[in-house]
Design a protein around this ligand. Sequence first.
Ligand SMILES: CC(C)(COP(=O)(O)OP(=O)(O)OC[C@H]1O[C@@H](n2cnc3c(N)ncnc32)[C@H](O)[C@@H]1OP(=O)(O)O)[C@@H](O)C(=O)NCCC(=O)NCCS
Length: 298
Amino acid sequence: MPVTVRPTRAEELQDVQKLIVGSINDLTERHGFGVMASVRPASFQLFSLRDDPRGLWVAEDDGEIVGAAFSWACDELWFLAELFIAPHMQGSGIGRELLGRALSHAEKTGAQRKALITFAFNTVSQGLYIRHGMFPRLPIYMMSGDRDEFLVTNVEAPLAYRPIGPEDLAALATLDRSALGISREKHHRYLLADPAVKGFLFYEGGDIAGYAYVASTGHVGPVAVEHQDSMGRVFDAALTIAAQESSTLISAFLPGSCEAALEIAARHRMRITYPMVLLSDREFGDWQRYLPRNPGFM
Ligand SMILES: CC(C)(COP(=O)(O)OP(=O)(O)OC[C@H]1O[C@@H](n2cnc3c(N)ncnc32)[C@H](O)[C@@H]1OP(=O)(O)O)[C@@H](O)C(=O)NCCC(=O)NCCS
């Protein structure tokens, strides 16, 4: 029976995550990075499915899910959050087929920009995306470090901050529009509803300097700042907050062009765990003012 492609159902999202984790670990092990991923709740996928079911697809072979694609859209940006094929089925055109469905989602949303983040060491995915008009633009590093390195902040005058509340959504949307060109209000709603994540607004001289989210896993991001020169101070303050959580590892996802954040990461002896790359059909975003959360959320 040929492989069929159909919309994803909510009740299979968790099984899709297992497929994705298997596909990631197969790739990272083949490239010497070891086992990297573990199965997590598919909460962002479920949120996005409820928001716009046109963005989630699976490929099925004789009743078995062998591939999946997931894309989301905000204003004019379409973003491919996941495209994964089971290792034993790779190289037979399923990725191309699923990408076609995902790109039809982009068309339906009226996207003016298309983007994604993939593994910098995966020649197959990058080749596939380049053939579809999305080009490598920006290296992004997943970095992590030992919590003990973060208990003392690098900056002389720590920033004032407070937790983000629902009343801040408009201010967050304005900040994202100026850093990324789009509002991500729905994604802030998602993060603010997640009990494992805390969001903070940081202030300098009485004005909002930026926001940062800190997860109980010790992960920092997304982060956005009003002005480039606040990034180092906001990022460092967010790392200090993360170090007060129980996780022994602190991590973040840092664009290669964001010198301020990379400098802070290096001072705290954070290590590059794996290199990734952002591809897009055209330039967008000020990556000295925005740190993505992870490859799927951006
Ligand atoms: C990347 C992935 C989704 C592609 O799906 P797939 O079903 O294996 O790929 P397909 O057979 O549809 O097509 C792969 C294309 O990549 C191209 N390609 C392969 N190796 C290449 C290389 N070294 N340089 C350039 N292009 C290459 C092929 O030409 C092929 O296109 P073509 O057959 O039309 O010429 C899949 O291999 C996968 O899941 N990989 C591991 C996880 C991953 O990296 N996912 C992407 C995360 S965003």
